[in-house]
Design a protein around this ligand. Structure first.
Ligand SMILES: Cc1ncc(COP(=O)(O)O)c(C=O)c1O
Length: 364
């Protein structure tokens, strides 16, 4: 049977998602389960988005508007760009796929970091391309090493900023220098899925660079905007790149409910501000708790924190799971002694810390 499959199929490792709550409830036989594993918004869905979804339910017998006309115009105004600078996708996952299909010729390669969002590598491989993943330096993207690894085969460079799973970021100076030094026939993709949670002054401004540089910026409605289940993200780039990517995307790639909900939430500044404030405040509180517990953590600009554990990370995650708390082990990245926890509601974070303390005490 196996002979019929693509020859390089074994090179691809399937994506491992955070366990869904109902699966853990079934497997563990417990009712109270909290999920701090997939970097979702702890506040759920914005009330404005909910209303927009309910209002558009009667429209779902029709195909969606493939051009996302109204949403694109709303976002363009917000970003002070032309609608021709924007492409929507079924999550930014889909846009990563569209980029690879649009830009890579046969034999060309993707360059990125080790210990970053795994979809860059998975999607490159799924499309039959090779990838080169450069180790991090002090848990950060090593832009010098990435630059030194560019060769004639390199076509697209993916940078997650802030990075997942480390939460570290590349600053304005570092990114500007990198963009300047990378040859103009290479594409740089800066994936800003967690952009809304940053609180540093030197975080790079990328949107104003897209018309002068070989740059695509990715953002998503899955994190701060609370629409992970609807699947919608976007790319911002010069109109030549966008036009080419428009040819590759599926004609109806963004469903009607996602378009309406995204438009509503773009106009819900209150929801976004509440989310941002909560995440940034809770991030600091969790740092304090980690310090008290002598836990080594990596300061994060995202809505998750990576931390070190004395015990095996997978074993810790299993223990937490038994107690109804889902977080992520980082075994697939070769980080056996690290785990990643998503910042939740204050009571969820307290419960997580309390449970973690108990488990670590029992281990001693
Ligand atoms: C860095 C990064 N980019 C993109 C995504 C995917 O986002 P979306 O839900 O828009 O496909 C994730 C999701 O975890 C992510 O961590």
């Amino acid at each position: 049977m196996k002979e019929i499959l693509r020859k390089d199929i074994d090179r691809i490792n399937a994506y491992v998602p955070g366990k869904p709550i109902d699966l853990v409830q079934r497997e563990m036989g417990i009712k109270k389960v909290i999920k701090l594993a997939s970097n979702e918004n702890p506040f759920g869905v914005s009330p404005k988005a909910k209303k927009a979804i309910q209002k558009s339910l009667n429209e779902v017998f029709r195909y969606p508007d493939g051009s996302c006309y109204y949403l694109k115009n709303t976002l363009a105004k917000k970003l002070r760009l032309s609608p021709d600078n924007i492409l929507f996708g079924n999550g930014s996952d889909e846009i990563i796929d569209i980029i690879i299909k649009t830009f890579l010729n046969a034999g060309e390669e993707v360059l990125t970091s080790q210990t970053t969002f795994v979809e860059y590598e998975i999607i490159a491989k799924a499309n039959g391309f090779r990838e080169n993943c450069i180790p991090l330096k002090n848990f950060r993207y090593d832009l010098d090493a990435i630059k030194n690894n560019i060769n004639e085969k390199t076509k697209v460079i993916f940078i997650a900023n802030p990075n997942n799973p480390t939460g570290t970021y590349v600053n304005e100076n570092e990114l500007s220098k990198f963009i300047k030094e990378v040859p103009k026939d290479k594409l740089i993709v800066v994936d800003e899925a967690y952009w809304d949670f940053t609180d540093v002054d030197d975080f790079p401004g990328t949107i104003d660079k897209i018309n002068s540089e070989n740059l695509i910026v990715l953002r998503t409605f899955s994190k701060a905007y609370g629409l992970a289940g609807l699947r919608i993200g976007y790319a911002v780039a010069n109109s030549t790149f966008i036009k080419a990517m428009e040819k590759i995307r599926q004609p109806f790639n963004v469903n009607t409910l996602a378009q309406r909900a995204a438009q509503a939430v773009l106009n819900d500044d209150k929801f976004l501000e509440k989310t941002r404030k909560l995440i940034i405040a809770e991030r600091k509180k969790i740092y304090q708790e980690f310090k008290k517990m002598n836990i080594e953590y990596v300061p994060s600009q995202a809505n998750f924190i990576m931390f070190k554990t004395e015990m095996d990370g997978l074993a810790l995650c299993k223990q937490l799971l038994k107690k109804g708390i889902i977080i992520r082990d980082l075994k697939q990245y070769g980080l056996e002694n690290f785990v990643r926890v998503t910042i939740g509601k204050p009571w969820e974070n307290k419960l997580f810390i309390r449970t973690l303390k108990k488990i670590l005490k029992e281990e001693k």
